[in-house]
Design a protein around this ligand. Structure first.
Ligand code: GLU
Length: 304
């Protein structure tokens, strides 16, 4: 079999030549100016080998990928009580949809759509100052990545605070249904800053190692919890494109509108890919194509 390093070089070359690169998210003004011609990929294998190609050392806004780390913290803090406030089903709607929240009486479908993630952040906040929560989240991410040089981009958080009307609408809606414990602006302040964490592909792939549960790899949460987080990433990690991602890639993954995707090949690899242009579901266009190529060439799929 061709080595993974060679496969990554081929993928980076194919992505550099791609013409249709998707569309950079422009509803967060600070992200609108990101150069769409960038592409990076990093893979950490079960034996600890690290492989990179393209712009794998360029920091990007992880956005909704942060929801994986926030969920891990929330489950650690609340355990199964969290599921009284948020569901575990794919939504079939856009990441920021308000429609379903009305129909389902303020219980968001899953922790990865925006409404669900706002509830998760609200649950971990639970009376603490947003600063304390964000400190805890950063400590967790830095520990998982084994890297202290991971930070929040305050300009991105500010930009989203000023323009995130849909998220404010969702938070107020949740409040109206009694499913938000903190005032909406407080919960959202924490949520916007969590989304504004910046990481490189290599840092993100390292941070995802605990989800691949390799022999001798980091054990930050129990095996059962890892399986459940991966299950949610598989069924809900790409919003209304989750079925398509499972079909094309066959691995659990979580995307963000910054163009990043964290993908886990259980027992085999933690993969981070980034390219800022998004497809119609708000998932990285080239990032998806790249992990599809990698999974196929490496023979990685949870479906056999
Ligand atoms: N901060 C973004 C929002 O709430 C995250 C969305 C995403 O990355 O999919 O709109």
């Amino acid at each position: 079999m061709t080595g993974i390093a060679e496969i990554l070089e081929e993928i980076a070359a194919a992505m550099a030549a791609a013409e249709d690169r998707g569309k950079v998210a422009d509803y967060i003004p600070e992200l609108a100016g990101v150069d769409p011609n960038q592409f990076g990929i990093a893979v950490v294998l079960a034996d600890g080998t690290e492989l990179v190609a393209g712009d794998a050392a360029t920091p990007f806004s992880i956005q909704s990928i942060s929801k994986v780390f926030a969920l891990t913290l929330a489950l650690g803090r609340l355990g199964d009580r969290l599921w009284q406030r948020v569901g575990r089903e794919p939504s079939g709607y856009a990441f920021n949809s308000i429609l379903q929240l009305e129909q389902e009486q303020g219980i968001p479908r899953n922790p990865f759509i925006n409404a669900g993630a706002i509830v998760v952040t609200d649950a971990v906040l639970a009376g603490h100052a947003p600063r304390e929560y964000l400190g805890e989240l950063l400590r967790f991410i830095r520990m998982a990545a084994d890297d202290e040089d991971i930070h929040i981009n305050r300009d991105v958080a500010k930009s989203e605070t000023e323009t995130g009307h849909r998220n404010f609408a969702l938070a107020h809606y949740l409040s109206a249904f009694g499913n938000l414990m903190n005032p909406p602006d407080r919960a959202l302040g924490a949520y916007f800053h969590q989304c504004a964490v910046e990481m490189t592909c290599l840092q993100l792939a390292r941070a995802g190692r605990f989800l691949m549960r390799a022999e001798g790899g980091p054990r930050l949460v129990s095996a059962e919890r890892v399986r459940r987080i991966n299950a949610l990433m598989m069924t809900c990690g790409h919003y209304d494109g989750s079925g398509e991602f499972a079909f094309r890639v066959g691995l659990p993954g979580k995307s963000g509108v910054g163009g990043g995707i964290l993908v886990i090949a259980p027992g085999r690899a933690s993969i981070a890919v980034w390219s800022p242009g998004l497809n119609e579901n708000g998932n990285s266009q080239l990032g998806t194509a790249a992990v599809e190529m990698l999974a196929r060439r490496a023979g990685w799929s949870v479906f056999g």
